[in-house]
Unconditional design. Structure first.
Length: 122
């Protein structure tokens, strides 16, 4: 298995899977923060947060560090979804499969907890 360290592209952001935008959104949602609230805490614009979560922008290492520090997460946990491997060998496909399943599970948890919260209010 050959793996490549996470390296910046020409714009200083990190190439990686589309799962990163999902992960950043889920972290924010899990902590019940709005995009505006998170933007204020991280000293970023709301439009930048929105573009990150939509997958239209890629986070720089500085942005990932801000998320990790604010949410008290290991940076490596966020970088898992950004990593890029040189080859799509069995190990890489396995990692991608597991990461996708984790993301699906987290999205399901977010959906069900939101449904339960709205049922309690009703």
């Amino acid at each position: 298995m050959t793996s490549q360290a996470l390296t910046p592209n020409n714009a200083g952001s990190f190439s990686g899977s589309k799962m990163n935008n999902r992960a950043l959104k889920l972290v924010r949602q899990y902590h019940r923060m709005s995009q505006v609230g998170l933007a204020e805490k991280l000293e970023l614009s709301k439009s930048f947060i929105s573009e990150l979560e939509a997958g239209n922008r890629r986070p720089s290492i500085d942005v990932l560090e801000k998320y990790a520090e604010h949410f008290k997460l290991p940076l490596s946990s966020l970088m898992l979804f950004s990593e890029q491997l040189d080859s799509k060998d069995w190990h890489a496909r396995s990692r991608d499969f597991v990461a996708a399943k984790v993301m699906n599970m987290l999205e399901w948890l977010e959906e069900t907890s939101a449904e339960e919260a709205s049922e309690k209010r009703a």
